[in-house]
Design a protein around this ligand. Structure first.
Ligand SMILES: N[C@@H](CCC(=O)N[C@@H](CS)C(=O)NCC(=O)O)C(=O)O
Length: 238
């Protein structure tokens, strides 16, 4: 009886949800690099949700300065969410707020409050590491001498990396699923895997020296709903 009732209600609910999701239009605006916009792009692909992927050319300073004036916090990424029915539009700034919002919408934020807290903790750990990584990417981007780049690596990035990698390896060793938190992929896996791609390019993550992290990275890069996206996206060091 209960089944019959649920069955009668499920179809209209499904149709309504489908109709509502078609009414919601997403636009992600970031620069033409992976950087702080990439996890959100991956979340859309993982969920199979359409979105407009607006990429501002990094070298078009004029275009950016023009846009900057109208952004909520003066930086990118931002996510615009338009309800086509009511014409109501909201804008979310800050990469982690966007990632967390999309992960919650699509079911990749962790299954329980405790998992969600651990997923957030991994994201915070990544953000802590990013402070030191930024000094290296700045040195690379501003074409500092090889000597200067190596000094930044040795003095700042390597000690931070040692702590960060130790934490990640411990999480992976204690979780038989192969993911960082829980039994399924979360946006923390996407964020860390993407960061490993960057660190590989910068010579900080050497897969042959870090088998646990290399296996994890490989697993995420082979996620069926993301594989084609990874193969087709433009190459970008950062
Ligand atoms: N905490 C912010 C940082 C955003 C940020 O640093 N954005 C940079 C690009 S990665 C930016 O907009 N730079 C241009 C500017 O500041 O004018 C976030 O996570 O979204």
């Amino acid at each position: 009886m209960l089944y019959l009732c649920l069955r009668d209600y499920c179809q209209p609910i499904k149709l309504y949800l489908h109709y509502r999701s078609a009414m919601i239009q997403y636009k992600l605006i970031y620069f033409d690099v992976r950087g702080l916009g990439e996890v959100s792009r991956q979340l859309f692909h993982l969920a199979g949700c359409e979105f407009e992927d607006v990429k501002i050319p990094r070298n078009d300073e004029q275009a950016w300065l023009e846009l900057k004036k109208s952004t909520p916090f003066g930086q990118l990424p931002i996510l615009k969410i338009l309800d086509a029915e009511s014409q109501n539009e909201i804008e979310i700034p800050q990469s982690s707020a966007i990632g967390r919002y999309l992960a919650n919408q699509f079911g990749y934020a962790g299954k329980t409050p405790e998992e969600k807290a651990m997923v957030d903790a991994v994201i915070d750990q990544f953000k802590d590491f990013l402070v030191s990584q930024k000094r290296l990417t700045l040195a690379v981007r501003t074409k500092k001498s090889e000597e200067e780049i190596n000094r930044v690596k040795e003095d700042i990035v390597t000690p931070a990396k040692d702590t960060y990698f130790k934490i990640l390896k411990k999480l992976l060793e204690n979780n038989s699923s192969g993911f960082l938190v829980g039994n399924d992929i979360t946006w923390a896996d996407l964020q860390i895997s993407d960061n490993l791609t960057t660190l590989d390019g910068l010579g900080i993550f050497v897969p042959s020296e870090e088998p646990i992290l290399a296996k994890f990275h490989e697993k995420i890069m082979n996620t069926p709903s993301l594989k084609t996206y990874f193969e087709q996206r433009p190459a970008s060091l950062l």
